[in-house]
Design a protein. Structure first.
Length: 433
């Protein structure tokens, strides 16, 4: 909303590094889209407004206990005078230009260089981006959920990985606040410092307004996110001696700076009941504490969540109110043992086609070796889970015809010489005669 010195030229946007390593922003973009009426199509559509090319590095917050230390923060200012703080200077850049954020609301997308290279920095693939604000994965933009044009209070986020309206708050000017505007007035916000909103409690009212109250000290909130999803397994990842759907896994990571207990969260996927409504019957995570940077892996044998090979959406939700904390939608899993992962861990863009690394740092490549049991290869069914059960029973289960097995087609002496070129991680076999 700008500051009291100017509602347009003095807009500013703060980025925060939730990881324990520096983040290189070269090639990243921050884009905003307005939802406006198109007189030609006679319908509403998204129109690109701001497109800020980022550069530089956001330092790590690791080991910083002083809330006045600005490590981990990066400030985007429309002009250099927008935020002035000689005591606590903040890394950042001035983006300038003739465009500014609409006070009535826009959709913000934070895109990595990978998103730009793969043309996924758009409104239809928000789930693959580093982050977005003020827009659900299925809906349109809304008015800003917080921020004020009357007192120039900034819009602050309470939970970094949630876009729910109830987790955005308008800074009232109460302490803590930092920095001066171009006219020397106090900024009603916390640029370069922990959000005032971390310790704000919302009081729901029938009019959808919120009454926030702040405690004297702001502290970081927990940040648990999805980190890797394997929807079509071709190896014995859960080490039960079989290769099946129970080797599919979902990995979460604590990408924040404080410990997180998993018992407040649950996992689920996109599933409709008989009436066509979303069915929320997910898996509640166990009481396990993750330190910053630690991961937890949950296999299908534990969660009983069946990830569709034809594409699906995975949700990380709060058990208290079933609100979505994080989610990712993956496309058709065409081959075995190719996961969808954040690269790098915890904050990076979602990449399709990673090498599965349950419990280990995400990788784009790796060596795949056939799973064995007692020294013998474990049979792998290469049929996708979208085929009818009758096909699976006939071809893959014990007693099946085994038509997908090359030995089924072995010729009798004198009837030719077939040479098979099998690929255990693709669904087609090639034969040369």
């Amino acid at each position: 909303m700008g500051t009291s010195s100017s509602t347009t030229t003095d807009e500013w946007i703060e980025l925060y590094n939730t990881t324990n390593a520096p983040v290189n922003l070269d090639g990243w973009h921050l884009r905003s889209f307005q939802y406006v009426y198109n007189s030609t199509t006679k319908d509403y559509d998204f129109v690109l407004n701001l497109d800020i090319l980022l550069s530089g590095t956001i330092s790590s917050r690791t080991g910083v206990d002083d809330p006045n230390d600005t490590h981990g923060y990066f400030l985007l200012e429309r002009r250099e005078e927008a935020v002035n703080d000689s005591r606590y200077p903040v890394e950042g850049l001035v983006y300038g230009g003739s465009k500014y954020l609409s006070n009535s609301g826009e959709l913000l997308l934070l895109c990595s260089a990978y998103n730009i290279d793969t043309n996924t920095c758009n409104i239809n693939q928000k789930g693959l981006l580093v982050d977005f604000a003020n827009g659900s994965l299925t809906g349109n933009t809304n008015p800003w959920p917080a921020g004020s044009t009357s007192n120039y209070g900034s819009m602050e986020r309470k939970y970094y990985q949630s876009d729910e309206d109830i987790y955005w708050f308008t800074h009232t000017g109460a302490s803590p606040h930092y920095g001066k505007d171009a006219n020397g007035n106090d900024i009603k916000g916390t640029p370069g410092h922990p959000n005032w909103a971390f310790n704000v409690t919302a009081t729901p009212l029938p009019t959808a307004t919120r009454t926030p109250t702040a405690t004297p000290k702001a502290v970081p909130g927990p940040i648990l996110v999805l980190n890797e999803v394997l929807a079509r397994s071709g190896s014995d990842w859960n080490l039960d001696g079989r290769v099946d759907i129970y080797d599919e896994f979902i990995e979460v990571i604590n990408s924040g700076t404080v410990n997180v207990n998993l018992s407040s969260y649950k996992l689920d996927d996109y599933e409709l009941d008989a009436s066509g409504k979303l069915l929320w019957n997910g898996f509640t995570l166990p009481s396990q504490t993750l330190k910053p940077g630690e991961k937890a892996v949950f296999y299908g044998s534990q969660t009983d969540i069946h990830l569709e090979d034809a594409g699906d959406t995975v949700y990380l939700m709060r058990t208290s109110n079933s609100s979505v904390v994080d989610q990712v939608t993956y496309p058709i899993a065409k081959s075995l043992d190719f996961s969808t992962c954040r690269y790098t861990d915890g904050y990076g863009s979602w990449i399709v086609g990673c090498y599965p690394t349950p419990g280990r740092p995400n990788m784009l490549t790796g060596d795949r070796f056939p799973s064995t049991s007692n020294g013998q290869p474990i049979p792998v069914c290469v049929l996708p889970d979208s085929v009818p059960d009758e096909f699976v029973l006939a071809e893959c289960e014990e007693g099946g015809l085994g038509i997908w097995n090359p030995s089924y087609w072995d010729t009798f002496p004198g009837e030719g010489n077939d040479i098979w070129q099998p690929d255990e991680r693709d669904k087609w076999l090639v034969v040369y005669q």
